[in-house]
Design a protein. Structure first.
Length: 427
């Protein structure tokens, strides 16, 4: 596979961009080799600057549920851009997309748009502190909520590859009020909340984690979490930046019939453009400026071009859409897992709807410690290279989730299945 142009551009990139990238995992630091420079995409496929085509299962880290360059998304963006990129005022489209979100996401009565999932999580935590007038925040090992100072502890895939479990540059004061607990550990949760509840403002969780590979929270664990947070007046925040509108219109919270106080969204609601949002209970959201004393603002928040892409995306989503997409993914997962079992391959796919990840062991993964035990950087790097050489792009790091879009076909998945089988037979 010729990649001269990628190599040339990446060499230049290293001279002017830190490590040649604007987000660390793109540098292939976890899998080795020369990072590819992408040029264009359409449907389930994208192409690098040397003209090599790949079926894309990373999909801009889950953002592209319709695949690349979907016609109506492109048209909406062109139309919105031609009408003016940004006004710094309220626009009608903000209202339309907010109505869509309020209608479908059970916990959200009021919503605020921001520019990234990081900003959404950061603001939701601030709001929980402003609302409760308490200082501590609880998160769970292996959950990633963006690069928020207070939450960058035991934060899953990208951060796990750093030498420190959290980042340099974060003073102790920022994390001394953060507790990170084992995911799915009800006893640790009960002990912590019972003991520290007077000081805990919020608990933030990915109800289905995607940043230690895919791990669903146990229903009983979430029930206890909801019960105790309600009992103690702690703000429960579901981070659905990855799962929001990926799994269903009502998101994971509706599927589990578990209503948090606040929800963070991102990725899909921007149709492939930078976005974040948080929303929830009216009495909590009304603590935000201009109605309340918790300040949060943004020059580009609710940008009409981005929201046009988001709305054009959301308009495609309905029960039938998810039924097809989830069925495709779940069947693929089931067939691969049957194959692994039959052939005694020490691997399995963790699947939740159209989010999946490959584990290098047979036993299910329930928390971050399990996820790390089932991870093999070396084996994943070999698998990644094998897939890439065969025209399939997976996330360039073990412990990341991969995704399907509505543009992926049975044929795409048959090919992926065949490559995975070959890898584990011959590799
Ligand atoms: C669950 C979750 N929360 C927050 C974020 C941060 O979002 P962003 O990268 O848009 O800042 C991510 C990003 O992958 C995520 O998966």
């Amino acid at each position: 596979m010729a990649v001269e142009n990628s190599v040339k551009i990446f060499k230049e990139a290293r001279e002017v961009l830190v490590g040649g990238v604007n987000s660390p995992v793109r540098s292939f630091v976890s899998v080795g080799g020369d990072p590819l420079v992408m040029a264009r995409g359409k449907g389930s496929r994208f192409q690098d600057v040397d003209g090599n085509a790949y079926t894309d299962y990373c999909l801009s880290w889950g953002a592209l549920i319709l695949g690349h360059a979907r016609r109506e998304v492109v048209a909406a963006v062109k139309k919105a851009a031609a009408a003016g990129a940004s006004f710094g005022t309220t626009t009608a489209i903000e209202v339309e997309i907010a109505q869509f979100i309020v209608k479908h996401v059970p916990s959200i009565e009021l919503v605020r748009f921001v520019n990234s999932g990081t900003e959404a999580a950061m603001s939701a935590v601030r709001l929980s502190r402003g609302f409760t007038k308490r200082k501590m925040v609880v998160k769970f090992d292996g959950c990633y909520h963006g690069h928020v100072d207070d939450l960058l502890i035991a934060a899953g895939s990208g951060v796990a590859k750093l030498q420190q479990s959290s980042s340099l540059g974060i003073p102790r004061a920022h994390v001394q009020n953060t507790l990170s607990l084992p995911y799915n550990d009800t006893a640790a949760l009960m002990e912590t909340l019972n003991r520290f509840h007077k000081d805990i403002a919020g608990v933030i969780i990915e109800p289905v984690a995607g940043n230690m590979g895919v791990v669903a929270a146990k229903k009983d664990f979430l029930k206890v979490l909801r019960y105790l947070t309600r009992k103690y007046g702690i703000v429960l925040i579901f981070d659905e930046v990855m799962t929001g509108f990926r799994t269903s219109l009502g998101c994971v919270q509706k599927e589990l019939d578990m209503i948090p106080d606040l929800t963070c969204l991102g990725k899909i609601i921007g149709g492939g453009f930078p976005i974040g949002a948080y929303g929830g209970r009216k009495d909590i959201m009304e603590c935000l400026a201009p109605l309340g004393g918790v300040y949060q603002a943004g020059t580009f928040s609710g940008n009409p071009v981005i929201l046009s892409a988001g709305l054009a995306t959301l308009k495609n989503l309905n029960g039938e859409f998810y039924e097809r997409l989830n069925r495709l993914a779940e069947r693929f997962g089931r067939e691969m897992n049957e194959h692994f079992r039959k052939k005694n391959v020490p691997a399995h796919l963790s699947v939740y709807r159209s989010m999946m990840s490959l584990r290098f062991r047979k036993e299910p993964v329930r928390d971050y410690a399990d996820a790390q035990a089932a991870s093999s950087a070396g084996l994943y790097a070999r698998l990644f290279g094998w897939l890439l050489n065969n025209g399939v792009y997976w996330p360039p790091a073990d412990l990341e989730a991969f995704f399907l879009s509505s543009a992926h076909s049975q044929k795409d998945l048959r090919r992926l299945a065949s490559l995975l089988k070959q890898f584990f037979t011959d590799g």
